[in-house]
Design a protein around this ligand. Structure first.
Ligand code: HEM
Length: 172
C-alpha cells in the first residue's frame, strides 16, 4: 500500500504542482485587457506593409514606395520593441506565465523576429532606402513577414490553447 502511494507521488509534475501555476492573468493590462495583445497588431501590420511597399516599388519604380517601406519597417521595429517590452514584463511578473515552457519559446522566437525587423530597417538606413530595396530589402521583408506570421500564430496559441494572459474569473 505504502509502495502504491509512493509511486503515485513520483508521478506529480513539479512544475504544475507549483502553488501559483494557475495564476496566468495578465498584469500588464488596462481594465483587464492585456497591453501586449493591443500592441502586437502594429508590428504585424507594419511588417506586412513593408513587404507590400517593396513589392509596389519593384512593380512601379516609384521612389514613394521605397520611402514608405523605410517608414513602415522603422515603425514596425519600434512598435515591435514596445510590444516585446510589455510581453517580457508580463512573462517575468506573472508566475503562471513564467512557469510555462511555451511562454519562453514565444520569447525566443519573438527576440529573433525583432532582430530581423531591426536588420531590415537598419539596412535601409545605412545603404540608402531606394538602393536597398532590390534585391536584399524585399527578401528581408519577405523573411520578416513569414517570421511575423509564425510569431503571431504562436502568440495566439499561448492565449487560445494554453489560456495564458486570460482571466479565469471573468473580472478585470
Ligand atoms: C519579445 C518578447 C515577447 C514576449 C515575452 C511575449 C509574451 C507574450 C505573452 C505572455 C502572451 C500572452 C498574452 C499576454 O499575457 O499578454 C503573448 C501573446 C501574443 N504575442 Fe507575444 N511576446 C513577445 C513579443 C511578441 C512580438 C514581437 C509579437 C509580434 C509578432 C508577438 C505576438 C503575440 C500575439 C499575436 C499574441 C496573442 C495575443 C492575443 O491574441 O491576445 N509577441 N506574448
Amino acid at each position: 500500500m505504502d509502495k502504491d502511494i509512493q509511486s503515485d507521488d513520483a508521478l506529480v509534475d513539479p512544475i504544475s504542482a507549483q502553488p501559483h501555476f494557475h495564476r496566468t492573468e495578465s498584469q500588464i493590462a488596462i481594465a483587464g485587457h492585456p497591453i501586449h495583445a493591443m500592441l502586437v497588431a502594429f508590428p504585424i501590420a507594419l511588417t506586412m506593409c513593408t513587404l507590400g511597399a517593396d513589392g509596389f516599388y519593384w512593380w512601379t519604380g516609384d521612389i514613394f514606395w521605397a520611402r514608405a517601406a523605410l517608414w513602415a519597417s522603422g515603425m514596425g521595429f519600434l512598435f515591435g520593441l514596445l510590444a516585446g517590452l510589455s510581453g517580457t514584463v508580463e512573462l517575468l511578473l506573472v508566475p503562471g506565465i513564467r512557469a510555462r515552457a511555451a511562454s519562453w519559446t514565444h520569447f525566443v522566437i519573438a527576440v529573433m523576429l525583432l532582430s530581423i525587423l531591426g536588420a531590415n530597417w537598419g539596412y535601409r538606413l545605412g545603404f540608402g532606402y531606394e538602393q536597398a530595396v532590390l534585391p536584399w530589402g524585399i527578401m528581408l521583408s519577405a523573411f520578416a513577414a513569414g517570421f511575423t506570421a509564425i510569431t503571431g500564430w504562436h502568440g495566439g496559441k499561448l492565449v487560445f490553447d494554453y489560456h495564458i494572459g486570460t482571466s479565469s474569473t471573468g473580472k478585470g
